[in-house]
Design a protein. Structure first.
Ligand code: FAD
Length: 344
């Protein structure tokens, strides 16, 4: 490990609602955190899968939208100055003595005393197109996310998908593309009606093409995809389309991913923990929220909040074994107020 690695007391893997609340519980005990998520935004399933849906079972909040819950949690942890590392997947967790060496997909390295797994149902990965050998074109002429829109200017683009990401990128890239084709497996689109309307207008005036069917083959030179074959849904003859870039937006699927390789005691796609500390089989690694399993576990946000509180107390005793940890109320404790940044 290099010398520019980050030293910390606590590292949280996953910035879903439970990972965010873990920051709060550790913060109350005076422990500063770093938090890593493979997504570019915080909020886990709430933000990714159902931001506009109402939640009714958060204690004390009769109803809030999932994204509102995430926003409120972020406001609640603001006093603790946690450092976020978004768009990075934690790939390596290596115990070394009493501490852990951690590395992310972006090469960020940490040395931490405790690890909190809050990875939910795993890190969200794009659903990939399965055609023989096509993976070697990834990040060259086949993309699952757009980082550099300029690359597509003046090019022939085929976009696969029917949700918001597919439609947004069709509308964004079409004006500067040499040609744009959308391929979707059925007539109905899942994306916002306003986007569908805008796209249909482009199709109607001949500014882009729409094919309803499946990509069943592709052609390529050594280094580039040069075209795709679409088999139409209506059973008509396959259509060949030339393209410079193929962009696939078929949504995201959670995968346990690297967590499976860290020597943890797994129970299918979850990690076994005790119910006193929510500690895994590796001392110093705690697991909270949807990722953990114990008899009676319920995958609910409120369960993860409780687990985060107890895991924080356990970690405090590990980080500062010489200090006795007292339970203090946020209502009345001057120390809690100080940590929360509340003026007395
Ligand atoms: P998640 O929200 O899954 O977040 C985990 C995060 O960890 C993700 O962002 C992921 O990218 C990241 N991650 C995973 N592995 C890595 C890695 N190796 N490196 C970096 N990052 C990683 N619950 C309720 O209590 N009430 C409800 O009404 C409710 N409604 C729901 C409705 C729907 C449609 C769905 C799908 C779920 C609902 N849930 C509800 C369940 C609730 O969303 C989950 O219990 C909650 O999101 C779990 O939070 P979490 O923080 O444990 O994990």
């Amino acid at each position: 490990m290099t010398s520019n690695r980050i030293e910390t007391d606590a590292l949280i893997v996953g910035a879903g609602p439970c990972g965010i609340f873990q920051v709060f519980e550790l913060g109350l005990l005076g422990i500063k955190t770093h938090i890593v998520d493979s997504m570019n935004n915080v909020g886990g399933q709430c933000a990714e899968l159902y931001p506009d849906k109402p939640i009714y079972d958060i204690p004390g909040i009769p109803m809030c939208l999932a994204q509102e819950l995430v926003d409120n949690l972020m406001e609640q942890i603001a006093p603790f100055g946690a450092e976020f590392h978004l768009g990075e997947e934690v790939t390596i967790v290596q115990p070394d003595g009493d501490e852990f060496d951690i590395e992310t997909s972006a090469g960020t390295q940490f040395r931490t005393k405790t690890v909190f797994l809050a990875g939910g149902v795993g890190s969200f990965q794009p659903r990939k197109i399965r055609l023989e050998g096509i993976e070697k074109h990834e990040e060259k002429t086949l993309f699952y996310r757009v980082r550099d829109p300029k690359r597509f200017e003046g090019k022939n683009i085929v976009i696969l998908g029917g949700g918001d990401s597919a439609l947004d990128w069709v509308l964004e890239l079409q004006p500067k593309a040499a040609s744009m084709t959308i391929v979707h497996r059925r007539e109905e689109y899942r994306g916002a009606p306003a986007s569908v309307e805008k796209m249909k207008a482009l199709i109607n005036k001949g500014a882009m093409r729409e094919l309803i069917g499946k990509v069943t083959d592709y052609s390529a030179s050594d280094s580039s995809i040069t075209g795709v074959t679409v088999t139409p849904k209506d059973g008509s003859e396959p259509v060949d389309i030339d393209c410079d870039y193929l962009l696939v937006f078929w949504g995201l699927a959670p995968q346990l991913g690297p967590i499976a390789n860290w020597g943890l005691d797994l129970n299918r796609k979850t990690v076994n923990v005790d119910t006193e500390k929510f500690e895994t089989n590796i001392p110093g690694i705690y697991a909270i929220g949807d990722i953990n399993y114990y008899p009676g576990k319920k995958k609910l946000i409120l369960s993860g909040f409780h687990e985060a509180a107890l895991a924080a107390f356990a970690a405090k005793s590990r980080i500062e074994p010489e200090k006795k940890v007292h339970l203090q109320y946020t209502t009345t404790s001057p120390l809690m107020h100080k940590r929360l940044g509340i003026e007395e």
